[in-house]
Design a protein around this ligand. Structure first.
Ligand code: AHE
Ligand code: ZN
Length: 335
């Protein structure tokens, strides 16, 4: 199949708020520095739904969504040396070119090398590899894994060990990586500290697992859906809290429960009121609050600046701060 178009099935998002529709698509061969992948396993991230709902200012239609997958390299374009046909890879929406200002910095993983074309739903040369009857279908987050085959940039392909199970490893394409990295890389949670996380989906549960591994002594797990609590407890949460059980704002409840607040707080909901509550629940003098969730278009955060003047830090994370290609595989801190 190398060098030739592949005809396969893909779930196409034709327009916002319409169900995905399974179509026959043509997937062109990879151009220079591109890789064509056979997609073996997918997980669903809320960002796919958020984009399908028309909430992402960068959302393009028609497109192929999906960005949490385990894949096998089918063929590579000219100049690709980092992976070869048959390799197992995770497509990463945060690439790592290894040779830019950001990749050279230890402070960030935010390689911008292909970010602008990725946001426009096209490959770095400005065109798409997907089409239906000759009409282009846009890419999404540089991954587009809701297709039997996809094409991504080589700098977006993290090679993983040959024996890695793709149906599990797909979670490292976004949710689990993000939650673990928020704790280990972005906040650097220390033993004995207190942690709180809002939103007990894949990301929030990964935050709990990482916090436990980091030695946090108290881990608050917050959600309005109490059916999530048993899993949170199994993974290490010490206190499960439903904010709807209280008349006062949850930040007031948590500060009262703990004395001065919580050392590290995480939003894994994308709700800007929750982001504020997380910041205001963090500890006077040193609390760090990390925004992980993606807010809908037009939503903004606010708090009294006094919250920051009195020693709280508000920050965020993308892909958990992991440099996507070099931090997977044998030397990885997460696998
Ligand atoms: N495209 C949106 C922003 C979407 C967003 O914030 N994406 C997160 C990853 S969500 C994973 O499920 C992210 O890491 N963004 C960094 C990046 O470079 O996109 C918008 O507001 O335009
Ligand atoms: Zn995601």
């Amino acid at each position: 199949t190398a060098g030739k178009p592949i005809t396969c099935k893909a779930a196409v998002a034709w327009e916002p708020n319409k169900p995905l529709s399974v179509e026959t698509v043509e997937v062109a061969p990879p151009k220079a520095n591109e890789v064509r992948l056979k997609v073996i396993a997918n997980a669903l991230c809320h960002t796919d739904i958020y984009t399908l709902e028309g909430q992402d200012p960068e959302g393009k239609f028609p497109s192929i969504l999906g960005h949490e997958a385990g894949c096998i390299v089918e063929s590579v374009g000219e100049g690709v040396t980092s992976v070869k046909p048959g390799d197992k890879v995770i497509p990463c929406y945060t690439p790592e070119c290894g040779d830019c200002l950001f990749c050279h910095s230890e402070k960030t993983n935010l390689c911008p090398t292909i970010r602008s074309t990725q946001g426009q739903g096209v490959m770095p040369d400005g065109t798409t590899r997907f089409s239906i009857n000759g009409e282009p279908i846009y890419h999404f987050m540089g991954c587009s894994t809701f297709s039997e085959y996809t094409v991504v940039a080589d700098i977006s392909c993290a090679k993983i060990p040959d024996d890695a199970p793709l149906d599990v490893m797909c979670l490292f394409g976004c949710g689990v990586t993000t939650g673990l990295g928020a704790v280990f890389n972005t906040c650097k949670v220390e033993p004995g500290s207190s942690v709180a996380v809002w939103g007990l989906g894949a990301v929030g549960l990964a935050v709990i697992q990482a916090a436990k591994k980091a030695g946090a002594s108290r881990i608050f797990a917050l959600d309005t859906n109490t059916s999530k609590f048993s899993m949170a407890e199994k993974l290490g949460a010490t206190d499960c809290v439903n904010p709807n059980d209280f008349d006062q704002p949850i930040q007031q409840v948590l500060v009262e429960k703990t004395g001065w607040g919580i050392d590290y707080t995480f939003d894994a909901t994308g709700n800007t009121d929750v982001m504020r509550a997380a910041l205001e629940s963090s500890h006077r003098g040193w609390g760090k609050s990390c925004v992980i969730g993606v807010a809908a278009a037009g939503h903004e955060i606010s708090t009294r600046p006094f919250q920051l003047v009195t020693g709280r830090w508000w920050g965020g994370t993308a892909f958990g701060g992991y440099k996507s290609r070099s931090e997977y595989g044998g030397e990885s801190t997460i696998v």
